[in-house]
Design a protein around this ligand. Structure first.
Ligand code: HPA
Ligand code: ZN
Length: 326
């Protein structure tokens, strides 16, 4: 069995991390004071007590509310730097993080403030600790495609800092097909493409993301288990899944970690990876996610190692750089 000490020895890449979801209650409080933004909690304990979710939407409501304390470039820097310190503790040597510009631009924050704050923390972590990174801009799928296009256009002056685009927020009722145009525009701009699909939504949404958005990676994707032909396609085409075990149990995708299919998918030859999603809300950073698989599914050292190697294979770093971590 892979224990925490062993997990720590493995260099890892993280590929599914919403930077707004790494906002710890302590920093949320500090920023709420610093920026004089009221939050409906009077203590860190009260915030933590509110983190009981029954599905994706019940989480998203609290997650968007939490992000309202982020105003200045320095706030985005502090948020990102706090996460990168956790990467260092967990032996995460490469990270590809999501951000949700629309959560901030809707409140009147300039997209440049958001991108510059996050980017400067990423650069500092690279020069100080050698942690490499990419930034992925996510469109909120509960909003219109027109608003996604406006967001992509607003990001154009900063494209040198952005590796790709993604799709997140409320999945059910907002299929990938809704965003065909904006993903085609992103491809035209030379951006990589990923999408959340098959978290709460059906396997059909995974197929749509592949066929209509031309994504090279699926975020979550666990509901592929309902479609045997799709599983074979994901294996044949080597499409990675960025799986988030503690997120899935926190949002009741599975009642218990013992039901999680990640190791079965790994054994079948899918390129599955382990990620934290929104660690401040779901109970842990990447090593805690690996540890949960050991505790509930008896993950072996060999399996843990394979998952860590997959994380580099599934990343957007060069082949040469991947060799370094293999
Ligand atoms: N799913 C959809 N939207 C999200 C998530 C997620 O896991 N985390 C943050 N936004
Ligand atoms: Zn996510």
């Amino acid at each position: 069995i892979a224990d925490l000490d062993f997990i720590k020895t493995l260099p890892k890449a993280e590929l599914h991390l919403h930077i707004e979801g790494s906002l710890e209650p302590e920093l949320m409080f500090e920023l709420s004071r610093r920026n004089k933004i009221e939050i409906p909690f009077s203590s860190v304990e009260e915030i933590k007590a509110a983190y009981k979710f029954h599905n994706l939407q019940s989480f998203l409501d609290i997650y968007y509310q939490g992000a309202s304390v982020l105003i200045h470039e320095q706030d985005f820097y502090d948020l990102t730097m706090a996460y990168l310190l956790r990467c260092r503790e967990d032996n995460v040597v490469h990270t590809e993080i999501f951000f949700d510009p629309q959560t901030h631009t809707e409140r009147g924050i300039d997209i440049g403030v958001v991108i510059r704050g996050i980017h400067s923390a990423l650069k500092d972590a690279e020069s100080e600790w050698g942690i490499s990174s990419h930034l992925i801009l996510c469109f909120l799928r509960h909003l219109s495609e027109e608003e996604a296009i406006t967001t992509l256009k607003a990001a154009k002056p900063y494209l040198e800092f952005i590796k790709g685009v993604g799709l997140d927020s409320s999945e059910l009722g907002h299929p990938p097909s809704k965003f065909q145009q904006v993903f085609a525009m992103a491809k035209e701009l030379g951006l990589e493409r990923v999408a959340h699909a098959g978290e709460e939504g059906p396997a059909e949404y995974i197929k749509e993301a592949l066929d209509l958005l031309d994504v090279s990676r699926i975020d979550h994707g666990v509901r592929c288990v309902e479609d045997e032909a799709l599983i074979e396609r994901l294996i044949d085409r080597e499409i990675p899944l960025t799986v988030c075990p503690l997120s899935n149990t926190a949002l009741c995708v599975y009642d218990d970690m013992s039901q999680h299919p990640i190791l079965q998918l790994l054994e079948r030859g899918l390129c599955v990876t382990v990620n934290a999603d929104d660690p401040a809300y779901f109970g842990g950073y990447v090593n805690r996610n690996y540890q949960a698989l050991s505790e509930s599914l008896g993950m072996t050292k060999k399996q843990a190692k394979k998952l860590a190697i997959n994380s580099f294979k599934a990343s957007y770093i060069s082949q040469a750089q991947q060799q370094k971590w293999a």
